[in-house]
Design a protein. Structure first.
Length: 361
């Protein structure tokens, strides 16, 4: 039996320091300028990320799987949505593709980067790992439907030309995305919970934490996630200026936002794969990708309709090709219920191509 460690200094000190730094910036007592300051903020950001992973895993151990895997997925999605909406409202433009860039980057990072690295690390250490095909295929079918309807179909509608939905179409797509996500959560957590729970021999046994420790972790998790949001927001404008100054495409900002908000969940998924808990690893990865579209898109749609903003959702040909390749390879990877380093390597190659084309379209 594994027991959870006590609350060491690194599980609470970095988030508290980050919150204090954010408060100082809000009071105009601190400015994010210069390489040294950037480095300091980045260290606090990473420390807050690792603290969030620790507390999320504590809560997950208490509530059990697969419900525990959704705790961090929901929190990360709230962070991502808040960053997108804040950027949309502060940019002053009437047309934005940031939501599309961030959602697309999240799906590609999760399905190729996170899943690929988890399968590679898990396969290297444990030779071959098994998981439930029913759960993985269910999550992938929901993800594929949401991704195609949200990121591809807008390119082919005729009510409003261009990679956009009309307001009526946008409302219904947002509502249907939310409904489908809620059905997925119901199936994953209650109706067919066994589809997403690995056999006992594949998962390490763990002694649940006490109620007091879980409650304290919940509070500290919220604090750590808020710290990540505030620090990421503080770095967003300097980072955007640096991206443009380097001659890189503006869409790269969406990739950076997605990478930042996925750090906590990626760390938890990688640790689960390393400990031969590949089912938990896939629950975290696929659940976060589904939540990104199922929750982020409806919320962003609601804000855009309220503010009268024009959402650019349709991908270009390059993006559509990468998305379809990712979904096709993912369906093959998850079809057998067994994974080795080969599948991990294939996904990481696609991830490398995605990063290359994000920087050099």
């Amino acid at each position: 039996m594994r027991t959870h460690t006590s609350f060491l200094w690194w599980t609470w000190a970095p988030p508290l320091a980050a919150l204090a730094l954010a408060a100082a910036k809000q009071a105009d007592l601190f400015h994010v300028e210069g390489a040294a300051t950037w480095g300091f903020v980045a260290v606090l950001l990473l420390g807050s990320v690792f603290a969030a992973v620790h507390h999320a895993e504590t809560i997950a151990a208490k509530v059990g799987q697969p419900l525990g895997a959704g705790v961090l997925a929901l929190a990360v999605t709230v962070i991502e949505t808040s960053l997108i909406i804040a950027s949309m409202m502060s940019s002053g433009v009437r047309e934005t593709a940031l939501a599309r860039d961030t959602v697309f980057a999240t799906v590609l990072i999760v399905l190729n980067g996170v899943v690929g690295l988890c399968l590679l690390v898990g396969g290297w250490r444990h030779h071959e790992q098994g998981f439930r095909v029913e759960g993985a295929s269910s999550a992938l079918s929901v993800l594929a439907t949401l991704a195609i309807v949200t990121l591809v179909l807008p390119n082919f509608t005729i009510t409003k030309l261009g990679p956009q939905y009309s307001p009526t179409q946008l409302f219904f797509v947002g509502a249907l995305s939310l409904i489908l996500y809620l059905v997925f959560v119901f199936v994953q957590s209650w109706r067919h919970r066994d589809y997403f729970v690995a056999e006992a021999r594949n998962e390490s046994e763990e002694e649940p934490p006490s109620a007091g420790a879980t409650a304290l972790s919940a509070v500290l998790l919220v604090g750590a996630l808020v710290a990540v949001v505030l620090l990421a927001k503080a770095l967003s404008q300097p980072l955007e200026r640096a991206i443009l100054a380097a001659g890189l495409p503006a869409s790269l900002l969406g990739v950076v936002i997605a990478a930042i908000v996925l750090l906590p969940e990626s760390g938890a998924a990688l640790r689960a794969a390393y400990e031969n808990r590949v089912q938990t690893s896939l629950n975290l990865a696929l659940g976060s990708a589904v939540a990104t579209i199922g929750l982020t898109v409806p919320l962003v749609v609601a804000v855009s309709l309220y503010l009268g903003l024009e959402l650019i959702l349709g991908l270009d040909y390059e993006g559509m090709a990468l998305l379809l390749l990712t979904l096709a390879v993912s369906s093959l990877t998850l079809a057998t219920g067994r994974a080795t380093i080969l599948q991990g390597a294939v996904h990481l190659v696609i991830f490398g191509v995605f990063l290359l084309l994000a920087a050099v379209p």
